[in-house]
Design a protein around this ligand. Structure first.
Ligand code: CP
Ligand code: NVA
Length: 340
């Protein structure tokens, strides 16, 4: 739902919050012994945030809990066996009740319609922590990671002034995605083109692995489709790619389809050979939201020097912290924001 400038503002804010919380990372602090300790914004002081998780999570959950602590608030983790939602109570009633007691709702749901209903009836902001169709906070972390590693994509750096001068600017990139048309890809489709990057996608040709209509409608509504190439040949997709991305072939809830999916995705594993044969930029880098299985990417790439997957995982925390600070703490996405 954010505009392109709002996405960059959120990512810049995450970068500032990270530097305030980990001051030894800031370039100006590296050589100073007595780094002044600063506190990040305490916008959640005396506030409670509910984390509704009807599916498993490591990164998103821990990011949300630890980020809330840094912002001075309290997070309540509500797993699928903890509350009445889904068994005795509707999303509508749950949203109204939780919104009467807490200042924000971060929800990981099954069907995307569930979070739409929570958002419709909640008196406080609702953020998507992953649904069947979208995973917006993942893409905020991916964008921050690419900006932080902008120096790896030189020499054709074209500076573009950002809202926060400390966030390194990024030249227009070609990002390739090889794999399933799932939630992580869907947020890439509506994000990268609006930030000036091109996207190339390869998914198996069967209808089950094509973009859902609701997602493609949003992609075209935002005008992102003109910067997206989509085919079924993974080699063609990685042609000219600066960044190669994949996700699991078996998303949460699709376990029963495992055997069929492993057959249908044969040949889509991200490897050095695939990217060499496809003509990726020889300096290509690799992203994956995690959790990872060996089916979709081999160890050589995943643990190799091209891989940015662990900085990307770390950045889940700072980007979720920025979203909580601006949307749950300050209720404000406009103007400049101080990290403290
Ligand atoms: N990337 C991601 O959302 O990881 P978790 O499922 O562990 O939260
Ligand atoms: N597509 C994956 C993403 C996990 C973070 C899933 O939905 O399981």
């Amino acid at each position: 739902d954010l505009t392109g400038p709002q996405i960059l503002r959120m990512v810049s804010h995450a970068h500032s919050l990270k530097q305030v919380s980990l001051p030894w990372l800031a370039p100006q602090s590296r050589n100073q012994k007595n780094t002044r300790l600063r506190m990040p914004s305490q916008s959640l002081f005396n506030k409670s945030i509910t984390l509704i998780f009807s599916k498993r999570s490591t990164r998103t959950r821990v990011s949300a809990e630890t980020a809330t602590v840094l912002l001075g608030g309290r997070a309540l983790f509500l797993g699928h066996d903890d509350i009445q939602l889904g068994v005795n109570e509707s999303p509508r009633d749950t949203a109204r009740v939780l919104g009467g007691m807490c200042q924000g709702i971060f929800a990981r749901v099954g069907d995307h319609a569930e979070i739409e209903e929570l958002a419709k009836y909640s008196p406080v902001p609702v953020l998507n922590a992953l649904s069947s169709l979208w995973h917006p906070t993942q893409i905020l972390a991916d964008v921050l990671t690419l900006h932080e590693h902008a120096h790896l994509f030189e020499p054709t750096q074209i500076p573009s002034p950002g809202p926060n001068k400390s966030l390194p600017s990024l030249r227009p990139l070609t990002v390739a995605y090889v794999g399933d048309s799932a939630n992580v890809l869907h947020d890439m489709l509506v994000t990268y083109p609006r930030l000036g990057h091109k996207l190339r996608v390869a998914s198996p040709p069967q209808p089950a692995y094509q973009c859902p209509k609701a997602v493609w409608d949003r992609v075209t509504e935002l005008g992102c489709n003109k910067d997206i190439w989509w085919g079924s040949d993974p080699r063609e997709a990685v042609n000219g790619a600066d960044v190669v991305v994949t996700d699991t072939w078996i998303s949460m809830g699709q376990e029963a389809e495992k055997e069929q999916r492993l057959k249908d995705f044969a040949g889509y594993q991200v490897t050095e050979a695939l990217c060499r044969e496809g003509g990726a930029n020889p300096n290509w880098k690799f992203l994956h939201c995690l959790p990872r299985k060996k089916d979709e990417v081999d160890d050589e790439v995943f643990y190799g020097p091209r891989s940015l997957v662990f900085p990307e995982a770390d950045n889940r925390k700072w980007t979720i912290m920025a979203a909580f600070d601006l949307l749950f703490g300050k209720w404000d996405l406009t103007g400049e924001h101080s990290a403290d």
